[in-house]
Design a protein around this ligand. Structure first.
Ligand SMILES: [Zn+2]
Ligand SMILES: [Zn+2]
Length: 328
């Protein structure tokens, strides 16, 4: 039996093959097949979908989920067409409290929301498909684990923007796919996004509220200000005045990936997180990118790991950007 959608398959016949147990799957993308099978079976069964199957490698499980979530987010974003535009959303926001700069540029930029979303999805795909950081589908190099948090944190913002600014689109897609619920449960299970950044009220969209409450009660979130996790407004930050059009941020440097998309220049998806400021009650979360930095400190997870552009540590390395880091 061929478990594949061949060209010309009608939509009603897609994926029309019987389910398999994970241990019966012998392809090199077995985990992806298994995750997709679980989603097809019941996309609201977030517990089964997200929990690590016995005997499987957790890093690979997270990697395959991030790939799957990114693919599905691309579908989600098609429903933004004509609704989220540079006119309706000229900044990437989630409520007026959270405002994000796009890290997919030499310098972080105030891309309009739809551009931010597309740049982030493209950059995520480039990173997850980068053979340098993820050379195969059977093992995740330790040095690449550090990207999972920043990927998750940035992707979550797409849901947050949709929820707070385009609620009908969010609700329609969520009712059909439970994508945001799966995403949030996945992030919670593996502590990829700090609680302070999970700003969509869970009771407003989750089906498995009790399960999520259980996770929240049993899994302690990493600190909001950790290097990878970024960025919750702090009382001090909230009190700091800053000029409104120039979000300033206190950057914490993290060495993250600089994947090079095919045919393109370096796209830094792995920028530092930054934080937060407030101006007249508006918190600003900025992403400060590192692409122009010629060399970066070795990643905390593996001292000898290379860091993309500018492999050599140290020489010529400018000091970390002084906080606060001003970005237009
Ligand atoms: Zn929008
Ligand atoms: Zn951008």
């Amino acid at each position: 039996m061929i478990r594949r959608n061949t060209p010309g398959t009608k939509s009603a016949q897609l994926n029309a093959w019987p389910d398999q147990e994970l241990n019966e799957m012998d392809s090199c993308v077995a985990l992806q097949q298994y995750i997709q099978q679980l989603i097809r079976k019941d996309c609201s069964d977030v517990k089964t979908i997200c929990q690590l199957p016995e005997g499987q490698d957790e890093a690979l499980w997270q990697y395959e989920h991030l790939r799957q979530l990114t693919m599905e987010l691309n579908k989600f974003v098609t429903s933004f067409d004509g609704i989220c535009t540079d006119k309706t959303c000229f900044k990437m926001k989630a409520t007026d409290e959270w405002h994000y700069l796009c890290a997919a540029h030499k310098k972080p930029k105030e891309c309009c929301a739809i551009d931010y979303i597309i740049h982030t999805l493209d950059g995520t795909a480039a990173l997850l498909n980068s053979t340098k950081w993820f050379p195969d589908r059977v093992h995740v190099p330790v040095k690449s684990l550090k990207y999972f948090k920043s990927i998750a944190r940035r992707l979550y913002r797409i849901f947050a923007h949709a929820y707070f600014h385009h609620r009908p689109i969010f609700d329609e897609f969520e009712n059909e796919t439970h994508l945001c619920e799966r995403f949030v449960v996945f992030c919670k299970l593996y502590d990829l996004v700090p609680d302070s950044c999970l700003i969509i009220p869970p009771n407003e969209f989750m089906v498995n509220k009790e399960y999520y409450a259980y996770l929240c009660a049993t899994i302690v979130s990493s600190s909001a200000g950790d290097e990878e996790g970024g960025a919750a407004p702090t009382p001090a930050a909230a009190a700091a005045p800053a000029p409104a059009p120039s979000p300033a941020s206190t950057a914490s440097t993290i060495p993250l990936a600089i994947p090079t998309p095919s045919g393109g220049g370096p796209l830094d998806l792995g920028a530092s997180t930054a934080m937060s400021q407030s101006t007249m009650g508006r918190s600003v979360v900025a992403e400060v990118e590192q692409a122009s930095v010629p060399a970066m400190p070795p990643p905390p997870l593996e001292g000898a790991a290379s860091t993309g552009v500018g492999e050599t540590p140290a020489a010529g390395m400018p000091p970390p950007p002084p906080p606060p880091h001003e970005e237009a």
